[in-house]
Write a protein that binds this ligand. Structure first.
Ligand SMILES: Nc1ncnc2c1ncn2[C@@H]1O[C@H](COP(=O)(O)OP(=O)(O)OP(=O)(O)O)[C@@H](O)[C@H]1O
Ligand SMILES: [Mg+2]
Length: 352
């Protein structure tokens, strides 16, 4: 882990905000603060904050209620304003690359480069071919500025903006280690978006976002059972202790999950067809919708590889003086992005 003080990880998701602060010592990593607050529907659409007031208010409340004093935060972004591409460029020195990167990016990004913030990482050097592979990340400056402004409004100081898919890879690597041989898939199924990151030989080889996730399943129950959205959501999540869930709900969930699994499988097939790789050995699922057993079953049946839930807290200790541990662990699958962000520190050097 990098030196420095851990930033507070802030994940502004479509259904809720999650905040985590970690403290890393040589021996272990401990959760020292945690906060969660649901957001009203339509607050975030395709990663874009539609109602900044609702987000600011929630953030202020989370930080106060949970006694989070650190104001330096890392925030995650996703959606159509973020583009991730693996590209190949001729071998060059870091200085040459720094000079060339905008020109290279222009060849791969369907937006005016001037409105984009560009970052990159050298994935692999292949001197024998005179080439190297880069991971190119571009995000709209406007979008990043919007996020930063909202965080500042909530009296926070954003020091790092990261891409959700990579934050998940970071916490996975920290908790489970990334296999250096073979290929695994990290799948996060949230409320609005399902994101897929295929990691081959320890390196991200393919990412894709599918705009189909938990919300679509709730909407299906709402439609078919003719009940309000909140009721459908409660049915989906098991109904709570006093609710009787109509019999057809299970069938609706199973069939919606199978539809989503089909879309995920198309992305896996696309990767296998274009990468020349023969198999993905395991799929690790996170995000709140990972709690839907029929989803994992459907993916497993279609992909014909083991599908398991990724518990990002398996090897973390929790400071129970400030954190309600059972509550936090019961949501662990939803916390992958916030946890990944909270691994970042204030001493990291940025590549650009
Ligand atoms: N126990 C559960 N059973 C079924 N679904 C659940 C459960 N808990 C949460 N969910 C679903 O998970 C989704 C929220 O997950 P998550 O917090 O990962 O999403 P998000 O980060 O808010 O959204 P996104 O990542 O799409 O922006 C909701 O659709 C919610 O209904
Ligand atoms: Mg999310």
């Amino acid at each position: 882990m990098a030196d420095g003080k851990n930033l507070v990880g802030v994940d502004i998701g479509a259904s809720s905000i999650k905040v985590v602060q970690l403290k890393a010592s040589r021996k272990s990593i401990s959760v020292v603060r945690y906060g969660y607050a649901p957001l009203p529907p339509q607050t975030i659409i395709d990663g874009h904050i539609m109602s900044s007031g609702a987000v600011t208010e929630s953030l202020l409340k989370i930080f106060t209620d949970n006694k989070i004093q650190t104001r330096d935060v890392a925030v995650g972004v996703y959606g159509q304003s973020v583009i991730v591409r693996k590209i190949t460029v001729p071998m060059m020195t870091p200085e040459e690359l720094e000079e060339q990167i905008n020109w290279e990016a222009e060849q791969h990004i369907p937006f005016d480069i001037k409105v984009m913030s560009i970052d990159y990482e050298v994935l692999r050097k292949r001197p024998e071919a005179g080439q190297m592979d880069l991971l190119l990340v571009a995000a709209k400056k406007d979008e990043i500025n919007d996020y930063a402004a909202i965080l500042r409004e909530a009296k926070l100081k954003p020091l790092i903006v990261d891409i959700n898919a990579f934050t998940i890879q970071n916490i996975f690597e920290q908790q489970m280690g990334l296999p250096q041989d073979g290929t695994i898939a990290l799948l996060n199924v949230g409320a609005a978006v399902s994101s897929l990151n295929i990691v081959s030989h320890g390196i991200s080889a393919f990412t894709r976002e599918i705009t189909n996730a938990g919300n679509a399943i709730t909407e299906e129950i709402q439609k078919q059972c003719s009940v309000p959205y909140e009721q459908a959501e409660a049915y989906k999540c098991g109904g709570g202790p006093t609710q009787i869930v109509p019999q057809e709900v299970h069938q609706i969930i199973t069939s919606a999950c199978d539809g989503l699994a089909g879309e995920i499988q198309r992305s896996l097939d696309f990767y296998l067809a274009t990468s020349g790789e023969s198999e993905i050995s395991k799929i690790f699922v996170s995000g709140g919708s990972a709690y839907l057993a029929p989803l994992c079953k459907s993916i497993e049946k279609r992909a014909r590889v083991p599908v398991m839930m990724f518990d990002p807290m398996a090897n973390l200790t929790v400071d129970t003086k400030f954190v309600n541990e059972p509550e936090m662990r019961s949501r662990a699958a939803q916390l992958v992005v916030a946890l990944g962000l909270s691994l970042r520190t204030d001493k990291e050097r940025r590549s650009s």
